[in-house]
Design a protein around this ligand. Structure first.
Ligand code: B12
Length: 471
């Protein structure tokens, strides 16, 4: 059986590709972290004996010639498609065809999971997570086997040109069977979350997939099969050990709901302590997890910050979002995390259709009256795959092709125009961060915990995001 050379591509942004077509420079080299999904797929392919190259065009400058250099000698090209870079991905597919008409092209990614359809010029679309299917897809493409035997795909019938389905998709429930991501496969230089001198030192870990909650604004359920699946604590610990041994300096858990299973989190944290792994970590969590014993253990294990999706300071808005949490729980979680020495980050959403100016003000007041070290105010997005999007679409307010629509009065999606919401957001940032009491508390936390390292990392992260924002 012939093995071969595989190229996996993370497309540039739509803006980057437009700039390249128009002969202007584009903004490669500005990625924050590597594309974990492609690193997972690489691990499976490498293990099966293929040569794999991953090219991330958000980390390096895109041009047709660069694409040609990488794609020309490959047996299969795979492209990750997210909804926000779909146009760029489609352009890349056309360009790969220009480079070599006969090269098999497979695509996959969140957008293909949400919109199950064939893309022009592609041969195969993977409509789900693909660690357990990628090797058979690649084998079928290279060795001209029947694609109908591969599961979880749409493919183009070579003779009739008709779009057909492979075998029904199965969900990988035993996540321990998935290999650890091939992190070594991408050059570190392009990933500057922590600044250029620490490029490539930030590792992402996915310890579980999915979430049992159904928040009205969230599309993750639709992407992650609405099934919560978790890796064993030992399996997660082995990956963390590998990351630590490889010299990474910071680790971020990107689970949809890392803190859901308290006992498991405790096992992971105690395991990190027992193995004497010293790496600063950051985690996202829901507020019901709040528990001083848990948070203290997390702090001891190296967790420095916790990001809460708090969304609003109004109970009716939380209920509207089907958040299944209360304003009081929000407050309590932030207070406990703060007492346990964790840096507290709160994410808020502004602009739901039931929100008046009073609601918006109450959310900002809530953010300022809790011991949050950082607050981020987002405008509400109607995202394809979420209940909110479905409802607005059913009312004719959003069209099928609009995968992401920002709340706006003009479209009947909010009580405020987008401009009003943006102005409110900026004012919210301003009033949150322009408070001496905030900086005094953060300073005290750093001194009390002797946590200069965390300060360094936070400053680096914030500077990086700020550079992105203004640049
Ligand atoms: C980490 C992360 C980030 C990181 C890093 C992104 C990166 N380069 O990977 C940061 C913080 C930078 C980020 C930013 C954004 N992100 Co983000 N991010 C994530 C997150 C939490 C984890 C990604 C991940 O590693 N998943 C795990 C792997 C296993 O899953 P996967 O990537 O989907 O890959 C699997 C399948 O899709 C499939 N597959 C993927 N590619 C391919 C290719 C082929 C050929 C095949 C066959 C199969 C295949 O197989 C893979 C393995 O199972 C996801 C949510 C999530 N839990 O997935 C959101 C997510 C990917 N992000 C999303 C969004 C919207 C964004 C932003 C646009 C947000 C914003 N408004 O700024 C930006 C985009 C900027 C950018 N350049 O990436 C959305 C995309 C939704 C969509 N419809 O496409 C997601 C799904 C979250 C959501 N809202 O549902 N993100």
């Amino acid at each position: 059986m012939k093995k071969g050379n595989i190229l996996l591509l993370f497309p540039p942004t739509n803006y980057q590709i437009k700039a390249s077509i128009e002969g202007r420079g584009n903004r490669g080299g500005r990625a924050l972290t590597p594309p974990l999904g492609l690193l997972y797929l690489s691990a499976e392919l490498l293990d099966a004996g293929y040569n794999v190259e991953v090219v991330d065009f958000t980390a390096q400058q895109y041009s047709f010639d660069t694409l040609k250099k990488f794609a020309l000698d490959k047996d299969v090209v795979g492209i990750m498609v997210q909804s926000w870079n779909r146009e760029a991905a489609e352009e890349i597919i056309v360009n790969v065809r220009r480079i070599r008409q006969d090269i098999p092209i497979m695509v996959g990614g969140p957008d293909c999971i949400l919109h199950r359809r064939m893309l022009d010029n592609a041969d195969v679309v993977a409509t789900g997570e693909a660690e357990h299917t990628i090797v058979s897809i690649v084998d079928a493409l290279i060795n001209e086997k029947d694609l109908a035997d591969c599961e979880g795909i749409l493919f183009r019938d070579e003779t009739t040109g008709e779009v057909r389905e492979g075998k029904p998709e199965t969900v990988q429930r035993d996540l321990d069977r998935i290999k650890f991501p091939a992190r070594h496969i991408v050059p570190p230089e392009g990933y500057t979350m922590l600044g250029n001198d620490m490029a490539g030192k930030f590792a992402l870990v996915l310890a579980s997939r999915g979430c049992p909650y159904s928040c009205r604004f969230c599309a993750r359920g639709a992407v992650a099969y609405k099934i919560y699946r978790k890796r064993s604590a030992e399996n997660v610990l082995d990956e963390i050990q590998e990351i630590y041994d490889a010299g990474y300096k910071v680790l971020g858990f990107v689970d949809d709901n890392f803190l859901l299973d308290r006992e498991r989190v405790m096992r992971i944290m105690n395991g990190i302590i027992e193995r004497k792994i010293h790496i600063p970590m950051i985690v996202q969590g829901r507020v019901e997890s709040a528990d001083a014993e848990l948070y203290t253990t997390m702090r001891k294990a190296g967790i420095r910050g916790i990001i809460f999706g708090l969304e609003s300071g109004n109970q009716d808005v939380l209920d509207f979002y089907n958040k299944k949490s209360t304003v009081e729980q929000n407050r309590r979680a932030v207070e406990i995390a703060n007492r346990c020495g964790l840096f507290t980050f709160g994410f808020f959403i502004l602009g739901s259709p039931i929100e008046t100016e009073e609601h918006l003000k109450r959310t900002v007041a809530f953010a300022k009256n809790t011991p949050l070290d950082s607050a981020t105010f987002y405008l509400l997005d109607y995202t394809y795959g979420s209940q909110l999007w479905d409802e607005a679409h059913a009312k004719g307010l959003i069209e099928e092709h609009e995968f992401n629509v920002i709340a706006c009065k003009k479209r009947g999606l909010s009580q405020f125009t987008r401009e009003e919401l943006e102005k409110f957001c900026l004012e919210a940032f301003d009033s949150f961060y322009r408070r001496p009491s905030l900086w005094a508390r953060v300073g005290k936390k750093i001194i009390t915990n002797r946590d200069v390292e965390a300060l360094n990392l936070i400053v680096r992260g914030v500077m990086r995001l700020f550079r992105d924002f203004i640049g």
